[in-house]
Design a protein around this ligand. Structure first.
Ligand code: MEV
Length: 277
């Protein structure tokens, strides 16, 4: 059977969502497609685009799902790995769908796989990959669809990858010092929900969220520079998106071309994730 699942962009609330605060995330129109056929003997996996670190975790996740082997799996993905776009969640959901899981059973099994990639994941990435819609997400609570911001979203790529498992653990290790910042992120996400359809106010909150993620120690100089580049090119707001440590920055704007041109002149790879219309 063949199935696919989408990637995601976190608008706000990453890391704090692990500690039961809300987060808001959007689906990306980039997909991982998995085909599973019955096999005889050990599991065989045909894939491309995986970093060695991901490859090891992917093998572990698939061994968990197919403990007896006897399957041939083909994985194709439009999502780059380790840059905050939800590639491991898309894979986890797609492979569970390809073996016929749906509903709560799909979510539960996909989260088991995602935890092999990410440690103690909040389930946010899995929820968006499975539902394919913008969500207000609180761990263990019913999923709530939310409207998409009525403006364009540009993604700027730092050109490096972060390791979500390591970053989530590094926040956990310093939780006592970081608790106030994590609480502030939670409060900011509540404020963001009230202004989701007002790009100016939402943008300001996203930039503030980036500052709080910096305080958590998950940003990098390259990500901070991308935020400055986007703001300098007129973005309503910009922040790192995902676990950080590398990966991408998102920028809200009504003039994506301006940001895309500024990025190109700075030698930064950037693309339009949503046109806003
Ligand atoms: C990773 O995409 C988002 C984090 O909040 C981890 C998680 O929610 O599992 C950093």
């Amino acid at each position: 059977m063949r199935a696919r699942a989408c990637g995601k962009l976190i608008l706000c609330g990453e890391h704090a969502v692990v500690y039961n605060h809300p987060a808001i995330a959007l689906p990306l129109e980039l997909y991982t497609t998995v085909e599973v056929e019955e096999g005889f003997g050990p599991l065989t996996v045909d894939h491309e685009l995986w970093s060695p670190r991901h490859e090891i975790r992917m093998e572990e996740a698939l061994d968990h799902l197919f403990p007896k082997g006897n399957a041939e799996i083909q994985i194709r993905s439009e999502l780059p790995v380790g840059v905050g776009l939800g590639s491991s969640a898309a894979l986890s959901v797609a492979v569970c769908r390809a073996i016929g899981l749906e509903g709560d059973a799909l979510m539960e099994k996909a989260l088991e796989l995602e935890n092999i990639f990410h440690g103690d994941a909040s389930g946010l990435d899995i929820a968006v990959a499975a539902r394919g819609e913008a969500l207000w997400y609180v761990k263990g609570k019913p999923l709530q669809p939310v409207p998409l911001p009525p403006c364009a979203i540009v993604v700027l790529d730092s050109g490096t990858a972060g390791d979500t498992k390591v970053l989530v653990q590094s926040v956990a290790d310093r939780y006592d010092q970081l608790e106030d910042t994590i609480e502030d992120i939670g409060a900011l996400v509540h404020a963001a929900r009230a202004v989701l359809e007002d790009p100016t106010s939402l943008g300001e909150l996203l930039t503030e969220n980036h500052g709080l993620l910096k305080q958590l120690g998950v940003s990098t100089p390259a990500l901070d520079q991308l935020v400055d580049l986007a703001l300098g090119a007129g973005a309503y707001g910009a922040k790192l998106s995902g676990a950080g440590g590398g990966g991408v920055v998102i920028a809200l704007t009504d003039d994506p071309d301006h940001i895309l041109k500024s990025a190109a002149s700075a030698g930064v790879e950037a693309w339009l994730a949503r046109s806003g219309s």
